[in-house]
Design a protein. Structure first.
Length: 311
């Protein structure tokens, strides 16, 4: 009996199949059919006692409805444990009401997913005021794993130029920028973000002279419009950086913004495979395999019916 399997949303099927191959388990695609009014009919693959649902949750609203309906089918057909692997997870930025009568999206989506799954695994969730991701998903297990080991391995494989400074655009980036710099054996710095409006931002540095004549590795966890990245790159160019290469965990920006990045002085952009994007260059397989290890080992152990059959 197959005891562990992956079910994937269509947008994540290539990454899910590659991960399943490395884990030695079956992979199935969740099918979506859209009716004329926009309603979805969802068809899951065969359920396994331990079922991993692989779902990059960018452009999330249809996907959220789809995985919740898929969970109903999987539970009804024999899934005893459902694990959501969402390399990018949506609505985490909406962790408080910024204006009167505004809903707190993180709270609502967290509860919805906690009702459907037994465990949630995500990568570098965009958390501000929430210290522990387990508080987002009440009553279930939740893990927020870091992409920095995968990013560091990929960079070391290609080679990092001597004298490179790892840079984060703001104070919120200090944790992962410091982690990556330590793994690479390089210095780092973080900027100070000054917002002039919803779409206007400036970046300053305490000591701009640090960047003169040196290559910069600019790192951010999530880029949706690209304004902060462009502002940071412009500041670094003015400070005399010799080259600017960008690493992004979650690339949410439309591909047509790439020309604006180049105009701002950015030489290259690489993102992780957290969501499908033209800049994808860094796979998250190893960090996800580590997070899933106990699901695979526990699910692979023979249950009572398997042991009886073997005897």
């Amino acid at each position: 009996m197959i005891r562990v399997a992956i079910q994937s949303l269509p947008s994540g099927v290539n990454d899910a199949r590659r991960l399943a191959t490395k884990l030695g388990i079956a992979a199935h695609e969740i099918g979506f059919h859209r009716f004329p009014d926009g309603e979805l009919r969802v068809t899951a693959g065969p359920a396994a006692p331990v079922t991993i649902v692989y779902a990059p949750l960018d452009n999330p609203n249809d996907k959220l409805v789809g995985i919740l309906i898929a969970c109903e089918a999987l539970r009804r057909n024999g899934a005893e444990r459902l694990v959501l692997v969402a390399p990018y997870i949506c609505y985490m930025r909406q962790d408080t009401a910024f204006h009167s009568n505004e809903g707190i999206g993180q709270r609502v989506i967290g509860r919805l997913l906690a009702d459907a799954f037994d465990r949630v695994i995500t990568v570098d969730a965009h958390l501000h005021r929430t210290r522990d991701i387990r508080s987002v998903f009440p009553g279930i297990e939740a893990d927020n794993v870091s992409a920095m080991p995968a990013i560091a391995d990929a960079l070391c494989e290609k080679g990092v130029a001597p004298g490179t400074i790892v840079v984060g655009p703001d104070e919120e980036s200090r944790g992962w920028v410091g982690d990556l710099a330590s793994r690479l054996g390089q210095a780092y710095a973080v900027g100070q973000k000054v917002r002039h409006g919803d779409r206007s931002v400036g970046i300053t540095f305490t000591d701009p002279s640090l960047f003169a004549g040196r290559p910069v590795l600019l790192v951010d966890d999530i880029v949706s419009s690209g304004g902060a990245l462009i502002a940071c790159a412009s500041t670094l160019v003015s400070a005399g950086a010799s080259a600017i290469d960008v690493i992004i965990t979650h690339a949410l920006f439309p591909p047509d913004v790439l020309s604006a990045f180049a105009s701002a002085g950015i030489r290259s952009i690489r993102s992780t495979h957290s969501i499908p994007h033209p800049t994808n260059a860094i796979m998250l397989d190893d960090v996800l395999m580590t997070a899933l290890h106990r699901e695979i080992t526990a699910g692979s152990a023979a249950g009572p019916s398997d042991a009886a059959a073997a005897g």
